[in-house]
Design a protein around this ligand. Structure first.
Ligand SMILES: Cc1ncc(COP(=O)(O)O)c(C=O)c1O
Length: 357
């Protein structure tokens, strides 16, 4: 059987939740588990994080999967509803809404809400993606308060540049948020992982950690170890061939890498068909027998090649880690010109998954 697999360490996931608690004491935690728990498995992650105070997902389909699996904690739809026909299901399954646009408020004004729906108002404080304008916030909050059946909980915003500790945008977003909400009641929710770890002024009543829960530093150039975060996902495989390739010969599609000397080249059973990034270039770190070796040549669908000059005795069946335990995913993401979020979400269904405590 092909040995390529992802292992999900549930103890590490829970440990990382404790790091959130320590970093933002007294705050309630809405764990961001959208996009299939950042690729770690939606229900699996929710069940392991049952000590969080609620969950944030991107859409109703994700919320319904959680409810069907018996998850009874508060679930917030971070983009609200997309269409009015979701409202009965939102009521039926006690889902909370984030409202980011006046048109959503207009729909709720026309809807008949039987029970009560908890809603957050999202304010655009500078990211310019989703959110109502700071100037319109007090008037829109009033409209929410007057809709029968709605229970306005508080105000939210999202930070655009908190991953850069020097960036002036975060302080500006905080000022805009404070101004827009100064006269309003309710709870405040601002911080993502970078806010939690780097910007205490963003903590508010609720924090919304995502990437740090999965054991990744949210900061540019940062490492998980700096925050005592532990990797949750490990992508691993094995060597399926070791060949001696002659000096001057090239390796892989397009012949993009030439052997500077006659040397052992290892072939690993992982490729972009598994979600390993095709843009990982020569030199991307790979662990073989726990030691770092460089990737060489192009990533193909089912295989990658590695330079085994530092491990001439390595052989078929030897263990390989592509990221995770022993090899920070941040390093692989950097070498591939992407971010850990994307690597996690890219792992494909053909990769066998094992979870462990
Ligand atoms: C609204 C919202 N809050 C929180 C998060 C969590 O962000 P991070 O994974 O950077 O902690 C996200 C993720 O993008 C989000 O969209």
């Amino acid at each position: 059987m092909r040995k390529t697999q992802v292992s999900i360490n549930l103890t590490a996931l829970r440990h990382n939740l404790q790091i959130v608690r320590q970093a933002a004491p007294g705050c309630r935690i809405m764990a961001a588990i959208k996009a299939d728990g950042y690729g770690h498995g939606l229900v699996r992650v929710a069940k392991a994080l049952n000590e969080s105070d609620g969950f944030g997902v991107a859409c109703i389909d994700e919320a319904l999967q959680l409810r069907a699996a018996g998850v009874s904690a508060p679930i917030t739809l971070l983009e609200g509803f997309f269409h009015a026909d979701e409202i009965p299901l939102i009521e039926q399954h006690r889902l909370d809404l984030l409202l980011h646009h006046e048109s959503q408020i207009a729909v709720l004004e026309q809807a008949y809400i039987d029970t009560s729906i908890r809603v957050w108002l999202k304010i655009d404080t500078g990211m310019h993606r989703l959110g109502v304008s700071p100037e319109r916030t007090p008037a829109l909050w009033k409209r929410l308060e007057s809709i029968p059946g709605l229970l306005p909980v508080g105000q939210m915003t999202h930070l655009a540049c908190a991953d850069d500790r020097e960036h002036p945008a975060t302080a500006k977003q905080l000022r805009v948020f404070a101004q827009a909400t100064a006269a309003l009641p309710g709870e405040r929710a601002i911080a993502n992982s970078a806010g939690i770890l780097g910007w205490p002024d963003t903590h508010g009543d609720w924090v919304r950690p995502g990437i740090m829960l999965y054991g990744v530093s949210p900061f540019i150039g940062g490492t998980a170890a700096q925050h005592d975060l532990k990797p949750v996902m490990t992508l691993s495989s094995e060597l399926i061939a070791v060949n001696i390739v002659q000096k001057g010969e090239t390796v892989g599609y397009g012949g993009t890498w030439s052997c500077p000397e006659t040397m052992p080249v290892g072939v690993v059973a992982v490729g972009y068909g598994d979600g390993y990034p095709r843009h990982a270039g020569n030199g991307t770190p790979v662990l073989v027998n726990g030691q770092c070796v460089p990737l060489i040549g192009r990533v193909s669908m089912d295989m990658v090649c590695v330079d085994l000059r530092s491990q001439p005795e390595a052989g078929i069946g030897d263990p390989v880690v592509l990221w995770g335990e022993g090899l920070p995913v941040e390093e692989v993401a950097e070498a591939a010109g992407t971010i850990a979020y994307e690597l996690f979400c890219s792992v494909t269904r053909r990769v066998r998954l094992v979870e462990y405590e």
